[in-house]
Write a protein that binds this ligand. Structure first.
Ligand SMILES: [Zn+2]
Length: 222
């Protein structure tokens, strides 16, 4: 009898410790979430693991659910390669799209970043993923794996955009063979952080005509 009381007391102590630890994590997550109510600069310094997670979750909410699933899978795969992906930007308002065009970060007035739902809610079909450790630099050790993984999930990045045919071929060879050794000196496209679907246009995405979004029906490489 005495022994059973001790055992059950031990069980409750263990349970209390578990609940306490869970509460601490919940409080830390809540504080981190609140600290991000004013968004951090998208290309700023590395974040802690917790802040990075919170920021990615916040940005994921701005994506269309079908696209969001794919981006989650890409992030998961990048993490298994010990990389620290950060969604720098997701949905963009018409004004911030105009600013992005003016800053040379986009070439379209209306694109996958600007898609809205029937009630005007944020439903982007594009996001920009950077290396949290080195957000300002176009690091091929990050962007080549990103392209490889994105393509395995039916998405495409802007790693080929603006390149000559021969440079595209070099990029594709590296991606195909997963050989990043020569990529440090390789020319890459102007938007390697940008992810979007392969099989639909932004106009189709806006009308929610998303059948075939992750299938490659045409040359979307430029
Ligand atoms: Zn983008």
């Amino acid at each position: 009898m005495h022994k059973r009381v001790i055992t059950s007391f031990g069980f409750y102590k263990c349970k209390a410790a578990f609940v306490g630890a869970f509460a601490l994590v919940a409080i830390a997550a809540y504080l981190a979430y609140n600290s991000l109510s004013r968004p951090l600069p998208p290309y700023g310094a590395p974040r802690s693991h917790l802040i990075l997670w919170v920021q990615n979750e916040q940005k994921l909410k701005e994506l269309h659910p079908a696209f969001r699933l794919k981006v989650r899978a890409v992030i998961k795969d990048l993490k298994t390669r010990k990389l620290r992906p950060r969604i720098a930007t997701a949905w963009r308002s018409p004004q911030s799209q105009a600013d992005a065009v003016a800053a040379g970060k986009s070439k379209v007035q209306f694109g996958f970043h600007n898609i809205t739902g029937p009630n005007g809610q944020k439903r982007a079909w594009a996001c920009d993923i950077v290396d949290d450790n080195n957000a300002r630099v176009t690091n091929p050790k990050f962007f080549f794996p990103l392209a490889k993984i994105a393509e395995s999930h039916g998405l495409i990045t802007g790693i080929r955009w603006g390149l000559s045919e021969s440079d595209i071929r070099l990029v594709e060879l590296s991606i195909e063979k997963e050989d990043w050794a020569g990529t440090t000196t390789m020319r890459t496209g102007w938007d390697p952080a940008h992810l979007q679907p392969i099989g639909i246009t932004a106009e189709q995405a806006q009308k929610d005509l998303i059948k075939g979004a992750f299938v490659k029906p045409r040359d979307n490489s430029k």
